[in-house]
Ligand binder design. Structure first.
Ligand code: BG6
Length: 305
């Protein structure tokens, strides 16, 4: 399916529509009784998810680029095939090229449960200029009938040599004030503290709270996390499969000020809980094999309408 602005795909469960979004980029909207999601074909980037009768769960910067050569700031960037800066070549795009690649919509699945779209990215001359490997990515964005959003990324090795990847579904959540929220689920887990010389530390029994720049890669954890935002009246569950790392990030004041596509005053309103495989949790794929990483996000206080 191409980015035909007039494309409407009616289904018993809802409607999928591709139209021009910000910056003239093609945007797929999925609408069904359980909620509404927006996905830019640029990066297969989910920028919005609102469960029916509920509120926006994701955060997107008002200063985000919406440009074919730049990543969108907010929503759910797909980091692939490397997480963070490239290990050997700083000139290559940070967090890989998937988030700045044009994806294709493969199918809309009205059969349920809920409503889903499947997007695809395959090795092509552009991806090979960054990473000379034969691969296929298949990304399913599903609004579930219970008002949750499930994101499922499959990596297939379509070549004849094994390769290694790191990856993340780099989810930005909107919060009332990051200084008032807590994240539970990572007690006792070891992490790399990227704002303290990449030292290895261990999370205590206390929830994660924010009083400074925070950039941590929690390792060897399959645990679900819960984001508690009492001021915002919200308890968000982030569950995952096929993921052994969880990244927690807020840039705070100075880093927000250094990022061109991030408003100086926006840092209190967001926090990232990223479903990932990073650092020692890199994944090796043999020829012909595949790997699936997925996350499901839901507002626990939300009652399906
Ligand atoms: C997080 C990293 O995943 O992404 C941070 O841990 C980084 O170090 C952040 O600053 C944002 O990255 P980018 O490339 O989107 O600015």
């Amino acid at each position: 399916m191409t980015a035909d602005p007039s494309k409407h795909v009616p289904s018993p469960e809802g409607l999928a529509e591709i139209e021009q979004g910000a910056g003239g980029l093609a945007k797929l909207t999925l609408r069904c009784p359980a909620g509404e999601a927006e996905v830019y074909l640029h990066g297969a980037h989910v920028t919005s998810f609102v469960p029916a009768g509920g509120e926006e769960l994701l955060w997107c910067s008002r200063k985000s680029w919406f440009q074919a050569d730049k990543p969108i700031r907010g929503g759910v960037p797909i980091c692939f095939p490397w997480f963070g800066p490239h290990p050997d070549d700083a000139a290559l795009p940070g967090h890989g090229f998937a988030r700045v690649s044009q994806w294709q919509v493969d199918s809309i699945d009205p059969a349920g449960p809920g409503l889903a779209a499947t997007l695809r990215l395959e090795a092509n001359p552009c991806t090979r200029s960054f990473w000379d490997r034969a691969f296929r990515l298949v990304y399913e964005v599903r609004i579930q009938p219970d008002g949750a959003l499930r994101l499922r990324l499959t990596t297939q090795n379509t070549g004849s040599e094994a390769f290694e990847i790191t990856e993340a579904l780099h989810t930005y959540f909107g919060v009332s004030d990051v200084r008032q929220v807590e994240i539970t689920g990572l007690a006792g887990v070891e992490y790399i503290d990227k704002v303290d010389g990449a030292n290895r530390k261990r999370q205590g029994d206390e929830p994660i709270r924010f009083d400074r720049e925070t950039d941590r890669v929690y390792l060897d954890t399959q645990a679900d996390c819960v984001l508690h935002d009492p001021q915002g009246g919200r308890v968000v569950t982030v569950s995952k499969d096929g993921s052994n790392s969880t990244v927690v990030w807020n840039p705070w004041t100075a880093k927000a000020g250094r990022m061109e596509d991030f408003g100086d005053d926006e840092w209190p309103g967001m926090v990232c809980i990223e479903t990932a495989n990073a650092h020692v949790n890199a994944v090796t794929l043999d020829p012909g094999s595949e790997h699936v990483i997925s996350t499901t996000i839901s507002d626990r206080r939300y009652q399906p309408v």
